[in-house]
Design a protein around this ligand. Structure first.
Ligand SMILES: NC(=O)c1ccc[n+]([C@@H]2O[C@H](COP(=O)([O-])OP(=O)(O)OC[C@H]3O[C@@H](n4cnc5c(N)ncnc54)[C@H](OP(=O)(O)O)[C@@H]3O)[C@@H](O)[C@H]2O)c1
Length: 256
């Protein structure tokens, strides 16, 4: 198993990509810590893992709140004694509108939920990882292709790339690898929320067409890329941005 006895925190793991990552990590032997607002959803995922005789705990937390992040870390350490992997996955789409029509409140909320969460969770796990001279942090970003009318979301996700690069340099000497990924366009609640805004607001009917043509992929697929980076196969890769849509990345994953 690729993550035997590793301790992994996955934020936003009640549904969508976070759930897929948590289930895959658990199947690969990790002790998984699930965090999100929605208690029922994370407890359901923890139950799915327990049915498979895998270890998991669900910690209800808003990971944009430093106090709640610290409680999450404390509960992880109480349950499993260490932290090996952090996946900064929690996020939401933010407002869909031209930038000049977005309020400061919407802007700040989007950056807080999509980027400050990763800063807070990374800040909280780094001391443990430095002490053990090992660790993996994976930030879930998005495409590098500009998406008009989604500026706060796209800027926050560019920040996730930059944060990964910054941390990779700072933490290299401690054998901590930090990377960011684009998971591709997945069939999840967030995608549904984006389509609900309407093709006119988004400025493209691409997402409706991808859905109609069955071309949105399951989050189980990019979860394999996160596993690749979190496990030994990803050792030595740091400060990179890997896109699930990249053919070479798909080839790497096909090698097992
Ligand atoms: N779907 C796509 O096509 C796509 C494409 C590129 C990138 N991504 C990225 O992939 C990641 C997962 O997206 P998804 O499509 O799986 O979305 P999703 O189904 O909406 O899941 C998002 C998860 O984040 C949690 N969350 C949001 N704010 C949180 C907070 N403050 N504290 C704790 N948990 C929080 C949500 O749970 P609660 O509401 O219960 O907190 C939920 O579990 C996101 O970072 C997203 O930006 C998605």
């Amino acid at each position: 198993m690729k993550l035997q006895d590793k301790v992994a925190i996955v934020t936003g793991s009640g549904r969508g990509l976070g759930r897929s990552i948590a289930l895959l990590f658990g199947k690969e032997g990790a002790n998984v810590v699930l965090a999100a607002h929605n208690r029922d959803q994370i407890e359901h995922v923890a139950q799915e893992l327990k049915v498979l005789r895998k270890n998991a705990i669900a910690v209800q937390a808003d990971v944009s709140d430093e106090t709640q992040v610290n409680v999450l870390i404390q509960k992880t350490l109480e349950a499993y004694g260490t932290i090996d992997i952090l996946v900064n996955n929690a996020g939401f789409r933010g407002p869909i509108a031209p930038t000049h029509k977005i309020s400061l409140t919407e802007w700040e909320e989007t950056l807080r939920v999509n980027l400050t969460t990763a800063f807070l969770c990374s800040k909280a796990v780094i001391p443990t990882m430095i002490e053990k001279k090992s660790g993996k942090i994976i930030n879930i970003a998005t495409t590098l292709t500009p998406r008009p009318n989604m500026t706060p979301y796209m800027v926050s996700k560019a920040g996730m790339n930059s944060l990964a690069k910054q941390l990779s340099r700072e933490l290299k000497e401690f054998n901590i690898q930090v990377n960011a990924i684009h998971p591709g366009v997945m069939d999840t609640r967030m995608q549904e929320d984006i389509r609900k805004a309407g093709a006119k607001a988004i400025g493209t009917d691409m997402f409706d067409r991808l859905k109609e043509e069955g071309l949105l992929h399951s989050p189980d697929e990019p979860a394999k890329l996160v596993l690749f980076l979190a496990s030994k196969t990803g050792d030595g890769i740091t400060g990179e941005f890997l896109s699930f849509d990249d053919k070479e990345v798909k080839f790497l994953l096909s090698q097992g």
